[in-house]
Write a protein that binds this ligand. Structure first.
Ligand SMILES: [Zn+2]
Ligand SMILES: [Zn+2]
Length: 176
């Protein structure tokens, strides 16, 4: 019985880490960066870069900074989830890191096997092909790990872009 409880806690910590981490990373860092920032768009959406660059395996300081800022919510949530299950939290962090590398393998010409794509679709997990759509058009295909964050993220981007436009209009009238 004790063993089953431990497994349930580990599975909960694993999914909670990925769900809350992707939620916070998407809505607090990724989408606001697309609306207001420069770092993510300049570095992660730079054309004609290497697989290592996109997969945050490069030692370039700006690549590492963008990767760290995107990963920070996962790290903070891992601290909160640690008492629930250290094992589930660690496996969640390892899966998150694996997914960063895997979702950029399109750059190497890899394609996802049909069985893996079907499994991802059933679990609402982003495939490399889906993530690559975001690289080609930074206004679509949000959610680094889960596809269901795409719709609300696009809405969030529209709202922030509108805020930016209104702020610009306000500043222009003030400066006249
Ligand atoms: Zn990417
Ligand atoms: Zn992006």
């Amino acid at each position: 019985m004790f063993f089953i409880t431990e497994i349930l806690e580990a599975v909960s910590a694993f999914w909670l880490l990925l769900f809350l981490g992707d939620f916070a990373s998407t809505f607090i860092y990724h989408v606001p960066e697309h609306a207001f920032g420069r770092l993510h768009c300049r570095i992660h959406h730079e054309k004609k870069q290497t697989f290592q660059h996109y997969a945050v395996l490069s030692k370039h300081p700006l690549v590492m900074l963008d990767g760290l800022l995107g990963a920070l919510p996962y790290i903070l949530i891992a601290v909160v989830l640690w008492p629930l299950s250290p094992t589930g939290t660690v496996i969640g962090l390892l899966f998150g890191e694996f997914h960063v590398v895997w979702r950029h393998t399109t750059k190497m010409g890899w394609s996802t096997p049909t069985w893996a794509a079907s499994l991802c679709r059933a679990l609402f997990v982003v495939t490399p092909e889906e993530h690559w759509r975001h690289h080609e058009n930074g206004a679509i295909a949000f959610g680094d790990i889960f596809t269901f964050f795409n719709k609300p993220a696009k809405r969030w981007l529209q709202m922030l872009t509108e805020q930016k436009r209104q702020l610009r209009c306000y500043n222009n009238t003030q400066n006249r």
